[in-house]
Design a protein around this ligand. Structure first.
Ligand SMILES: *Cc1c(COP(=O)(O)O)cnc(C)c1O
Length: 389
């Protein structure tokens, strides 16, 4: 290990990211000096907090070309997704509504769908092709007269694949159904425009883009065509009644700062990440025969490298790398179980190849030196494991 590398090297940026120091600086005053409750507008403390929150709302709304008043703060993307899916279901429950989604979605979405399914909703789960992309024709065929909502993620958390939201949004608007997107991995990494893409609901989270954990948002359009949704958390009527609970003011300030930085630096950062990712794949391929990339080669996030190293067990590789490189396997995605990834299986991969897959996530603090060292360690251990067979 070269002496100037922090150990183990963090290459799991799709799981979470460290808080950017500029974000932390922006947040700090809101823990102590400006600590007011943003709902206590009858004094200066509350007014200051309220003003800061509304500024942040504007920044966050602006970043996806939404109206600030259509941004509803939540505790993260999981809650935002639950609110969007269950809230839409509650608003349409008397009519046995039909929902459409995709089998490669995050568990927060799939499990919310399962929940409303058990309460009477009808759900269609669409497949993807072997590169992880949704087929628009299949979506067209799935739409029924009672379809209320189509939900598809903007970018996948395991394989980084980016869905054709522009086309999907166009179709949904034409067929008069609402489009929801889980943009947790996409926000700050690729351009998002809820107007151009006809997105009606959008979930996102601060900790995937160098902001703090425990804060996220749901964009829910209330101008025409208005998305009717009902709250799932009741109480003081915060967030226009959509999500009660005292606002996480420092979190919201950090979220806005994180988005602002990510969008400003997006272009340059994507070029930097892409260069490192391509170099890494090349290096791995050179020393390890039979490596394949999981998911579409180009329609993917710049920082995502999901690969299958044929003949190795990814869990064994991760254990061998514990002290040197922090990456993730094709299975460790749910906290409770070690099921083979539903996303990789959806690409039509054999179970054996799913078990040989790893996810490498490059990010803002990643350097060429780190990529170099991590590649060497992965190669050494993969060769050793292959020789053991
Ligand atoms: C991380 C993630 C979530 C969950 O976000 P939290 O804010 O941690 O609840 C949902 N969807 C995707 C695509 C994610 O990457």
């Amino acid at each position: 290990m070269p002496y100037d590398l922090k150990q183990p090297i963090y290459l799991d940026y799709q799981a979470t990211t460290p808080v950017d120091s500029r974000v932390l600086d922006a947040m700090l005053p809101y823990f102590s000096n400006i600590f007011g409750n943003a709902a206590s507008k009858n004094h200066i403390y509350g007014q200051d907090a309220h003003r800061a929150v509304e500024n942040a709302r504007e920044v966050i709304g602006h970043s996806i070309r939404a109206k600030p008043q259509d941004i509803c703060f939540t505790s993260g993307a999981t809650e935002a997704i639950n609110l969007a899916v269950k809230g839409t279901f509650f608003a349409h429950r008397s009519k046995t509504p039909h929902f459409i989604t995709v089998i490669t979605e995050h568990h927060a979405l799939l499990d919310s769908m399962k929940r409303i399914e058990s309460e009477g909703a009808k759900i269609t789960y669409l497949p993807v092709d072997d590169q992880g992309i949704l087929n628009i024709e299949k979506l067209k065929e799935a739409i029924r007269p009672e379809t209320v909502l189509m939900s598809v993620m903007a970018a996948n958390n395991e394989i980084g694949v980016i869905q054709p939201l522009l086309q999907i949004g166009h179709l949904c608007r034409e067929r008069n159904i609402f489009l929801m997107t889980d943009a947790t991995q996409a926000l700050g990494k690729i351009p998002l425009d809820v107007q151009k893409m006809n997105i009606d609901l959008l979930a996102c989270s601060a900790h995937k883009l160098y902001g703090p954990k425990g804060i996220g948002a749901l964009y829910c359009r209330r101008s025409l065509p208005c998305v009717p949704i009902q709250p799932i958390i009741d109480g003081g009527g915060h967030e226009r009644g959509l999500r009660s609970g005292t606002l996480n003011v420092p979190g919201i300030i950090g979220f806005a700062k994180a988005i602002e930085i990510s969008i400003k630096e997006m272009k340059i950062e994507n070029i930097r990440l892409l260069k490192m990712r391509n170099a890494m794949l090349l290096k791995l391929k050179k020393s390890l025969p039979n490596i394949s990339l999981n998911g579409h080669p180009n329609l993917r996030l710049a920082g995502n490298l999901s690969i299958c190293i044929t003949g190795i067990d990814s869990e064994a590789l991760l254990i061998a790398l514990t002290n040197d490189v922090a990456i993730s396997s094709g299975s460790a995605c749910t906290t409770m179980s070690v099921e083979p990834s539903h996303v990789l299986k959806a690409l039509g991969m054999a179970d054996e190849n799913v078990r040989s897959s790893i996810r490498i996530g490059l990010g803002r603090l990643t350097t060429e030196k780190e990529v170099d060292y991590a590649s060497s360690r992965i190669i050494d251990e993969a060769i050793r494991l292959r020789n053991l067979r």
